[in-house]
Design a protein. Structure first.
Length: 253
């Protein structure tokens, strides 16, 4: 088990953001990169991606990370990454499809295949932001959304759940209670609570098993409702035993 105070977690996140700024300084979109002026933006907007280290206005930043049709998404992502990461960690990035869409922008950039120093800087940012979120009583982005982003960015829920498992304090436990409340109906219907880019069933099973094993004791320590505890218990029950349980919430799936 691990306890980590909020100031140290904030320092780690600030250091990770500084490292991103240093690692990706001078990055540019490819000279021949282009996008549709009607749907993405003007030639002037595009030109800004080919000038290093200048801040994009929030609307241009949003349109840039959301676009799925760059010829070299990796180069575009590297160009915007320091500003993008800072905006993410500050809760300034919004998405119609919640945080999985933001995570997919990372995944499209194939950041895990970048040179080792660059990949390590991205990984450390995600890890530091996740830890900071779990230690913050009122994070800019809810923990259950940060987990989704990190899972989609990395293609796995495993390392993020391991961190949550060992980070044990009332704040992290409160985030767990909020996540169970947010995810419960989907998981009880055997659905992952977000649309995964890949390995959706594997992630659903891993998340469900993890909650069944690790959530009950932590939730009881918070004094949550019996209803919430029964929802977690029912995740470990299959078939008719689940549907016929007297504490089944009565929804149709």
């Amino acid at each position: 088990m691990m306890n980590l105070d909020r100031p140290r977690a904030r320092l780690r996140l600030d250091t990770a953001l500084d490292d991103l700024a240093s690692t990706f300084r001078g990055m540019l979109a490819r000279p021949d990169e282009h996008n549709c002026e009607c749907h993405w933006g003007s030639a002037e907007d595009l030109a800004q991606l080919k000038v290093a280290d200048t801040e994009l206005d929030p609307d241009l930043l949003q349109r840039t990370w959301q676009a799925v049709d760059w010829s070299d998404h990796s180069s575009v992502l590297r160009r915007i990454l320091p500003q993008f990461a800072t905006a993410i960690a500050s809760g300034l990035i919004k998405s119609h499809f919640r945080m999985e869409e933001v995570g997919r922008s990372f995944a499209r950039g194939r950041w895990q295949q970048w040179p080792a120093e660059q990949a390590a800087a991205v990984d450390e940012f995600l890890q530091a932001w996740w830890v900071h979120t779990l230690t913050d009583p009122d994070p800019g982005v809810p923990a259950y959304e940060v987990l989704v982003l990190c899972a989609e960015a990395s293609g796995t829920v495993s390392p993020w759940l391991r961190t949550w498992e060992v980070l044990t304090d009332p704040v992290a436990d409160q985030h767990l209670a909020e996540a169970v409340g947010h995810w419960g109906d989907d998981l009880l219907g055997d659905r992952l609570p977000w649309h995964a880019r890949e390995d959706e069933e594997e992630m659903r099973v891993e998340l469900t098993v993890w909650l069944v094993h690790h959530a009950p004791a932590r939730l009881r320590g918070l004094g949550v409702s019996e209803e919430l505890l029964h929802r977690v218990r029912l995740l470990g029950v299959t078939g008719l035993d689940r549907w016929e349980d007297p504490h089944w919430p009565g929804h149709r799936y």
